[in-house]
Design a protein around this ligand. Sequence first.
Ligand SMILES: *Cc1c(COP(=O)(O)O)cnc(C)c1O
Length: 428
Amino acid sequence: MNPRELAADLVARDHKSVWHPYAPPEANPLYPVESASGVHLHLTDGRVLVDGMSSWWSAIHGYRHPAIEAALHDQLSRLPHVMFGGLTHEPAVRLCERLIALTPAGLDRVFLCDSGSIAVEVAIKVAFQYWLSKGRPERNRLLTVRGGYHGDTFATMAVCDPVNGMHDFFQGVLPDHFFAERPSCRFDEPFEERHIADLEAKLQQHGDQIAGVILEPVVQGAGGMWFYAPEYLRRLRALCDEHDVLLIFDEIATGFGRTGEMFGADHAGVSPDILSLGKSLTGGTLTLAATLMSERVSSTIAKGEPGALMHGPTYMANPLACAAAHASLDLLETTPWRDRVKTLEAGLRKGLEPCRELENVSDVRVLGAIGVVELKEPVDMSLVQPAFVEHGVWVRPFGRLVYLMPPFVTEAEQLDQLTNAVCAVVRG
Ligand SMILES: *Cc1c(COP(=O)(O)O)cnc(C)c1O
């Protein structure tokens, strides 16, 4: 078979037996990938695409970075995996130490788990266990903001945006939490008290039932690609303290430099009580996530019944994934990622600006290495997806959002190709 026949054959077999995310049984269009390197995806049919998605925002150093590959080979030859119950290993211990050092002050205990959704599940469980340990079982609800996305499992779906969070379908079977208005002040707009008034009112009204407030700091990702003022987080921290409610940051999308700071919280200089990390933690090579918490939270859980954090995934702290995370963190330490993200930010602003004039565009916004073109109507993926591939780029919009989150190593020319493609496809 020639490359095009091979690709068609794989799609035909896929259609018979595979589910894809948020897709019907025969996902269409569908593009087989043969390999990837740097910022390029090599399709089975022979085409090469510049990747604007970083594989759901995780491949920040590009694909198959030699340093990450070397670390994986090295770890593979010693210990690919071992159970974490009763056993420990250097890659995990050192990773927890590094994450504590890197994240906002005051987070000093880490639970390593296997995916972002589970890191949020654990964050929620930690918050509930904290209040159970304090003899306050009625503190079993969460408060969040509209427009959020926290994962696909049932506990996490329950704090996703109830309308556009992709899960409204499940409303009847999800636990009922409190939702405040989305932080409406843009990232670079002056924050005013009215921007958080609804959340404050909900805390005042329901505070004694609320275990914690959970949200994505500064950038809401899959719930709407919305950037809001860091001052909101400082005010929120004060409100949580005032009402004795835990503050949970989900930095699974914002962590590790994507917004221009190492963490979204760093824009505000605020520390949460509980923090979830995932996605780019391993530079997009293996699934790994982490939930960090403060000493106050962990020691309270330890003092209560049963005195342990009641969670334990089979593949938690997988040594291979930890090795990849170390290599990715090493790269963040040794490469000028801050400058690169700044350069990408400038390139995204310049490259996407022409979209603002278009009839069908309602907003263009850029923060760090995230560029968003928001449309007035949802895109037709059956037209838009092949159009991007025709332009030699991999861009996967959802709903009314066409966005770019390229790897940090994307060169100016490659970024131009991405932004030009977005402008051309949006123009139609
Ligand atoms: C992707 C994401 C998750 C879920 O992570 P998975 O690894 O897909 O389970 C949770 N929260 C945020 C903010 C995310 O972007």
